[in-house]
Design a protein around this ligand. Structure first.
Ligand SMILES: NC(=O)c1ccc[n+]([C@@H]2O[C@H](COP(=O)([O-])OP(=O)(O)OC[C@H]3O[C@@H](n4cnc5c(N)ncnc54)[C@H](O)[C@@H]3O)[C@@H](O)[C@H]2O)c1
Length: 273
């Protein structure tokens, strides 16, 4: 299946130590590519990369980079180019897991209480972080004669509003009911906008840019939540964490050579309803 091969391809993954980042990295290695892992915790990254290199007999590397910090990105970009001489692909996957500390009488995830500093932090990681990664790593991709591929990770919630009824807890008064925070919708929609912009920006340099909108992944969520959520999904189940390998390999490889600026749902049909 040469069409799907990532042989000799150097592909950066942000948020590489997270639930899905680890899967994107495994998918790239399975397809013969060399993943470059970016995340915050150096110790975790080093362990991950040494496991990968021995399992796949590759020369993957990892960098502890806060993607909201332009200097750190610039330095890592220079180090990656010094080591590999090029970058072929970028998966913009990192985002804040929306969690807000509450007090006994204020639920800070609710729109009416949502703190502006959390607004800034969430937008910084997902939007500024994605922009800066494209500014440095994406620019390197644009220097290749045959370009490369940028894959951005949005969510089904980049396409539809969160159904806040899913997060309700019985017996809790209205003002304290938990919700999916507004920033999640903002960043996941924004990622689609960044994708459209970049897909035309370097198209003449053969850089393709597409966005995947995954649905929720099984991760020990409580049973009641899962049974309510899957009623809203035509395939009647959540995703298994390995089920995005295919779309990641497809979008990074020549199998998708004429796909550019596309928004690809991988959500069991949730956004078709
Ligand atoms: N898990 C799901 O069900 C699901 C569903 C749809 C979309 N998504 C999207 O997939 C992506 C990955 O989700 P996940 O569930 O693996 O999340 P996760 O929280 O497990 O992983 C996110 C990773 O990003 C890293 N990160 C956070 N801030 C960073 C920063 N400033 N610099 C560098 N790294 C940073 C974290 O350390 C973490 O390892 C996210 O964009 C998420 O919105 C996830």
């Amino acid at each position: 299946m040469d069409l799907f091969s990532l042989k000799d391809k150097i592909v950066i993954v942000t948020g590489a130590s997270g639930l899905l980042g680890r899967e994107h990295v495994a998918a790239i290695a399975d397809a013969g590519g060399t993943p470059v892992l970016l995340d915050l915790n150096e110790e975790i990254l080093n362990k991950q990369v040494s496991d990968l290199n021995s399992k796949y007999e590759i020369d993957a590397s990892a960098f502890s980079v806060d993607i909201t910090d332009e200097d750190q990105i610039d330095k890592s970009c220079k180090a990656i180019i010094a080591k590999y001489g090029k970058i072929d692909g970028l998966v913009n996957n990192a985002a804040n897991n929306p969690k807000v500390e509450n007090t006994t009488d204020i639920n800070f995830s609710r729109l009416e209480n949502f703190p502006s500093n959390v607004w800034h932090m969430d937008l910084d990681v997902a939007l500024k972080g994605t922009f800066l990664c494209i500014k440095y790593y994406g620019f390197e991709i644009s220097k290749n004669v045959d370009g490369g591929s940028i894959v951005n990770i949005s969510s089904d919630l980049g396409l539809i509003s969160p159904d806040q009824r899913l997060y309700r807890v019985d017996g809790v008064e209205e003002s304290m009911q938990p919700v999916k925070p507004i920033t999640y919708s903002v960043v996941k929609t924004g990622i689609i906008g960044i994708t459209k912009y970049v897909s035309t920006y370097w198209a003449h340099r053969n850089v393709r840019c597409n966005v995947v909108c995954p649905g929720g992944v099984e991760n020990n969520q409580n049973e009641e939540f899962v049974s309510e959520l899957i009623k809203r999904i035509p395939m009647n189940r959540m995703a298994h964490k390995t089920e995005y390998h295919g779309v990641i390999i497809f979008l990074l490889s020549l199998a998708s050579s004429y796909i550019n600026g596309a928004t690809i749902s991988a959500d069991g049909g949730r956004t078709a309803w």
